[in-house]
Design a protein around this ligand. Structure first.
Ligand code: PMV
Length: 336
């Protein structure tokens, strides 16, 4: 029987970019999902209509590609990994290889579809990789537990982004709300605040690895200035945890604004993001910031109730953005 496993998208609430340098970050899963269906098979068939991919290959080919990617990772050859990631089939192939190696499956026929907007900062790649890994494990009689699938999906994010912190794959796999630090990993939060959020998409895409390179370059050129930003980012995320625990939307909004100031100073915002953030705040949002890699992509606004949320969504639309209304705190990887 074909096994179906889904995984949500994600929104980084506080701390992106600074998380690469081991600051605390806070993220939430978003109720838009990728779904993978897998059946044990003689060969490997990967079917991903959203990327116009349907390809059959041998299991040996998939496993040898996995070991090629692993050896590039060991050599920290980020440029070669990113070059591989430009072909959308290859991250799916490497995650398939990692999952098959993990469950000693012979082969698999797998199909992934998704309603997480692509290349937007909402974790579309991670959601596809987590659901794919989960479905392959399930098809071979294994439970798709969050930690295992997050680890298997990570290698897909490595091909797409070079050296990701790991916040995306973990948020998508664990779901709900999550605090994350690179050195200590994910910690799911036992909170379920009622937040009214509008995500605004610019439609402008900038590769995550290029945006992360900006923050790495500034750190190398002006370490004292960036160290100061890192201290502020750590403090903002720490206060964000308290605000989430007490469901304090006003405090979270103010923290989003503070966080945007330091992201802007880091150089990862974009005029269109600023336009949407201003529009949201003028329409009464409690706070707004970019989310994810920036340079385009998405922003989000925290609103005081449903009426304010509708007004902010309208303002984002009028400013030329695409408003997305969705629930935060969605369930992580799950069997369908
Ligand atoms: O590329 P996105 O939008 O899914 O998010 C990247 C988050 C960064 O902090 C900028 C990079 C990372 O590896 O954590």
């Amino acid at each position: 029987m074909a096994m179906r496993v889904s995984a949500p998208g994600k929104l980084i609430l506080l701390g992106e970019h600074f998380v690469v340098h081991d600051c605390l970050a806070v993220a939430a899963a978003v109720e838009k999902r990728a779904v993978a269906t897998a059946l044990p098979h003689e060969t490997v068939v990967i079917d991903a209509p959203d990327y116009s991919i349907r390809q059959e290959m041998t299991t040996g080919d998939v496993l040898s590609f996995l070991s090629e990617a692993q050896s590039l990772r060991e050599k920290e050859d980020v440029e070669s990994l990113k070059r591989l990631g430009r072909d959308p089939l290859l991250p799916l192939k490497v995650v398939t290889g990692a999952a098959l190696a993990n469950c000693s499956g012979k082969g698999v026929n797998v199909r992934v579809t998704s309603d997480v907007p692509k290349a937007s900062g909402m974790g579309s790649g991670s959601a596809a990789f987590v659901s794919l890994a989960g479905a392959i494990l399930t098809a071979h009689g294994r439970e798709p537990d969050a930690k295992t699938v997050a680890d298997l999906a990570y290698v897909g994010d490595v091909l797409c982004h070079g050296k990701p912190s790991g916040i995306d794959n973990n948020t998508v796999a664990f779901g709900g709300y999550l605090k994350f630090r690179k050195s200590s990993g994910p910690e799911p939060l036992k909170v379920s605040p009622k937040l009214h959020v509008v995500i605004g998409s610019t439609g402008v895409s900038a590769p995550t690895s290029d945006m992360v390179q900006i923050n790495r370059d500034w750190l190398a050129l002006e370490p004292a200035r960036v160290d100061h930003l890192l201290e502020q980012a750590e403090n903002i995320s720490q206060r964000g945890l308290d605000a989430l625990k007490s469901s304090d939307a006003h405090a979270l909004g103010a923290l989003a604004n503070e966080n945007q100031v330091i992201l802007r100073e880091l150089g990862v915002s974009h005029p269109f993001l600023e336009k949407l953030i201003i529009a949201a705040r003028k329409a009464g949002a409690l706070g707004a910031k970019l989310s994810g890699a920036g340079g385009g992509g998405i922003m989000y606004a925290i609103c005081d109730g449903e009426d304010a949320q509708a007004r902010v969504a309208e303002a984002i639309k009028t400013a030329g953005g695409k408003p997305i209304l969705t629930q935060l705190g969605a369930q992580g990887v799950r069997k369908e």
